[in-house]
Structures are given as structure tokens and as C-alpha cells.
Design a binder for this molecule. Sequence first.
Ligand code: FEO
Ligand code: CA
Ligand code: CA
Length: 671
Amino acid sequence: MTCLYRCGDACSHDAPNTSSNETFADVMAQVASRRGVLRAGAVIGAATAATAAFAGPVAAAPVSLPAAQGGPASTTVKKGPFGLRFRPVAPNTADALTVPEGYTQDVVIRWGDPLFKDSPRWSPTTQSGAAQRRQFGFNNDFLALLPLARGTQLLVANHEYTTEEMMYPGYDPANPTKEQVETSWAAHGLSVVTVQETRSGSLKPVVGHRLNRRFHTQSRFVLTGPVAGHALVRTKADPKGRTVLGTLNNCSGGTTPWGTWLTAEENFNQYFANAAQVSDPTTAQRLARYGVSGNATTRQWEKFDERFDLTVEPNEVNRFGWIVEIDPYDPTSTPRKRTALGRFKHEAAQPRITKDGRVAVYMGDDERFDYLYKFVSRDKVKKGTSRAAKRHNDTLLDHGTLYVARLTGDSPSAQIDGSGTLPKDGEFDGSGAWIPLVSGDRSFVQGFTAEEVLLFTRLAADQVGATKMDRPEDVEPSPVSGKVYVALTNNSNRGASGKAGPDEANPRKANKNGHVLELTERRNDSASTRFEWNLLLVCGDPSDPSTYFGGYDKSQVSPISCPDNVAFDRHGNLWISTDGNALGSNDGLFGVAVEGRDRGLTRQFLTVPFGAETCGPVVQRKRVLVCVQHPGEKDGATADAPASHWPDGGTSLPRPAIALVRRKDGGDIGA
Ligand code: FEO
Ligand code: CA
Ligand code: CA
């Protein structure tokens, strides 16, 4: 059910990257072969490895868990780096948010809660578009807390998608009603909510605060940057190609040093109907590369608004798939879709300032065999909060250079056999380059104008030898070290027949549990086009020999599967939330040490309720917040027969919500 509603069943379709786009190793092998210098032994070694039957990860036999995995109490809780000194939560399948001993939890806000004085009270049977536009939306994903006046913070959250069968009692998927569709339009989008710090250390929404806002599928957004006004973004309703209604499938995001919020439009493809009837071959190829396919959509919005029908409005689809910038401190501001950052299934966008004062934004394209990107602005960030600084910084993401990553391993390809066995040098590592795709109005890709590179970024990146990755999700530079971390969720098709095989950066065939990549850019400068890389984690059950935890003792780490959203705490520890645990446990949140002798130490901080995904982690000094997305979402679950009752209990419908965890004694997290 998650697959159907969240990603438009992406994994049941063929991965849309069918480009021949060879790996750098392939290209080098051909060059070497042409030069006649490739040794026969190396070729045979590589071929044998490539065709060796993959036995899959070793199944974890049920064992009594060591302390680090939530087993019997031990003293290890007092050891380890600051921020990670908590007794790990054991894997489980409870319909509950499970937190470490000594910690307690609250729900900050949930689907349907009021944002405004006139917000109607939510109930499963009185849902409407009008009500939902005044209430907190469905399926919260990205979360940030921005500073406000003492004692308050500004909470911003994405509402990625709707699961109609779990929202509306009596829902008939073949015949959604107008009211249900309008409610879903309003349940998508974004929320801005002021929250008040309570005496206990929790956070409570301030209903009716002047900064509270809801953005949804009918809200006004403007296109800015090189593609704004282009013929391919003009529609009947917007002949100038500059104003779009709505944002869709906003997954993760980021926050900028100048106080704005970036939100990423991800699986927008699933909302557009009748791609199968598009006959123009160029248009059809472009749609296919983005996974826009078939006839009627699952939610059938095209029945109620023809802009979702490609045969009526062919360009509306080109107005989604962007990074959107919002100024949550200005309640009158109109959000910008920043076309200079390219169009793909954007997972997230996290900035870092370059050594010369410009801004780099790191971004993943979450699809099997898709790419990792970076944008670097042309102009420098202006410090301060003056109107002039604000006006200037509002243009930063409209001018710059967009790059895609190529990663090259430093071990012979014969040593990357797809099993996860480390190569002889003891690490999956190597070097890499950021390949420029477009800079201002200059395209670096043959056959593409600058605007076409930005509109059809995936197709442009196919041309330049970008590295096909195992679903790049969140990307986060460490505010302590400057190293950049990339969560690669999984890729069941790695090494499958006709698909790209393992390489050193994506070393496991049928990668079910994902991995975490660490990039160190040259001179520690985000403007650099060269970097070194290594895999910090190769995820899974630590008893599975294909896993790697930064070289740390695997008997002392928690099992982790399918890393998704990442964040840092104030100590420089990486926190990883998971989506789609393939080890039989609910998803969770983990803290990982990345530096020093504890590098690779991984401890599970919480598990989310049954059927849920952990999103948007925020780790503050005294509180940890997670977005609990799609609790109870499993095949066959409906609003009439829910599979979870979190957070309200009893026989209630499950409600996506933001949960807060703090220490019972009021102390610092993990200290
Ligand atoms: Fe919406 Fe890629 O997770
Ligand atoms: Ca290596
Ligand atoms: Ca995600």
C-alpha cells in the first residue's frame, strides 16, 4: 500500500533509468582493452564475479541480542560519545513509539489538528476540503524547527502524500467522490506552525499564531530561474508559465543559512494521467524517464481537474519535480519553485556555504539507479537580516551551476563481487567528480539547451557518465566536519539481469538494506568539483557478513535497514531514520558516531509504530522529534479496518503525527 500511494508503485515498474550510461570502470576497461593492456586474469576475475550466483545476505538466526541491540542491561549505556549514551531500543513490531529507558514521549501535532482559530474539529466522518485546508495535513515527512522569540519555535513540515483507503471510511478506490478528492488535495502540501516550549520540555502548537500557514494543491507558487516562462511550462490556466497551483509529494527538504525552508517535490509522476496516450516520441521518452506512465491514476484526480490529464494539459507535469523555497517568517510570502536546481524526483536539499561565501545545495534523486546532484550558486550569501540582504538572498538559488556525481572506486573491480565482502584495501572507497551539467544559460550536455537540462535533468545526466546509485535519499553536510553524508535506501535490482551490476560505491547485488556514503570534498570546500568518498555503513543485521559499520565492533551495534532521512546532533553524531526495514522490525531512528574511535557505533534510539516510516528527525539538546509517517499502512488496511491505532488508541484511525521524545529527568539527550 505504501508503494502504491507514496511512489506510484515505482518498484513494481522497471526502473526508469534504462540509459546505457556505463560506469567509469566500464569506460576505463574499454579504453584499456583498446590499448591491449588489460590482463586476461583481470577480465576473467571480473566476469566470474559478475556471473557468480548471489546467495543473498545470510539470514539472521534468532539470537539473544547483545546489550547494544537492546538486550540485557549493561553498562555500555555510559560509554560511547556524548549524544549516544542511551540504552538502545530493541527491534520490535509494536503498535507504539518505543523509546529508551528513562525517556518519555508526547505527540506535538497530528493529522487534522487545528492551525487556525477557525479550524474545524477533525473527525473521520466530517472530513472535507474546506476543513482540511485549515488543519495539519496527512503523512508528515520533512521536519525543521526554526528559531523564534524566546520560548517559541517555528515548526515546518511536509505532507508528502495521501493514502485514501486509510483516510476515508467506506472509500471506493474505483469511484472517489469530489469531496474525498478535494480533501486529499488539501491534505497534501506543507504546514508552518508556531510551537511553544512547555514547562515539561515538550512543544505545543500555538493555534492561530500569525505565522501559521497551510500550503496545498490549490495554493499559489511561482516558478523562478531559467525555466520560468519557458514554452514547456506554459498551460491554458497560466499562459505565461510562471504561476503554479500547488506542490506535490514533498518528501524531505532542508533549511538555508538565510532562514528559508527548502522542500523537495518527489514522486510527482503518479498524479498525471494518460501518458500512455502521448504519441510524440520525444515527449513520451521524457515522460518515461520520469516514470510517468499508464492511463488513469490511482487517485483519479484527472476526473476532477483536467490539468492532471496529459492529453488535455501536456505541460502541467513539467511544473512539478522542483525544489521549492519558502520564507516561513513572512506570512505574506509566495513560495518559489527554483528551476536552477533541476527537475527530478527530488528527495531533499541541504545547503552548505562554500569557502568563498557562496552556497552549495546537495540533492538526491530517489529512484533505483538514479543520481546524486549538487548546485553551487553564482553569487555569495549576504549576511544579516536587512531588507537588502533578504532581497539578494532571495535570488541566490536562481543563478548557478548544477552538477551530477561520478564516483570511482579505488579497488580492482574484480574485488567488488556483489556479496558485500570488503575489497583487499579494507574499505569501499575511492574518489569522485562533480560533472557540470548547466551553468546559467550555458549547457554542458550535447543536444540539450540549458533549459532542457533543467527540465529533463535525468536525461541530461544520463549523457555524462553519472554514477547510477542505489536510491539516493537524504544528503546532509556535517555542520561539525563539513563531510557530506548520503543515505542510499536500497536497490533490489542492483545486479539483476540487464541492470547495472555492483560497483564500489554500490557494492551489493540485490541491495535490500541500503548503505550510507561519506564524501570529503577537496579542501573541505563545497565549491570543489573533486572529492574522496567511502561507505560509512553497509546496513543490515550486524551478524550478516555483508554489513559494515565503519570498522566498529559489530557485536556492539544495532541492526539498521533502509536509511532514509538524516540529521546531525550538536555533538556531530549522525542520526538516521529508516524507511522500509527489511529485517522484520518496525522502522526506527538511530544515532551513529562518525568520527574518532567510536566511528560506526550505531544505536537505535526509537522505533515507530507498526506500518509507519520514520521521517524528518530533528535532534535538539533536550528533545528528539520524528515525523511518524503512515502508521498502520499495510496491504488490506482501511479506515474501516485499521492496522494501527496510534496515536489516539482504542479503535481510532491511525494518524500521521509528529512525536517528541525527551528525558524524564529533563537532562540532555544521550548525555
Ligand atoms: Fe519520499 Fe524518497 O522518500
Ligand atoms: Ca577500496
Ligand atoms: Ca524519504
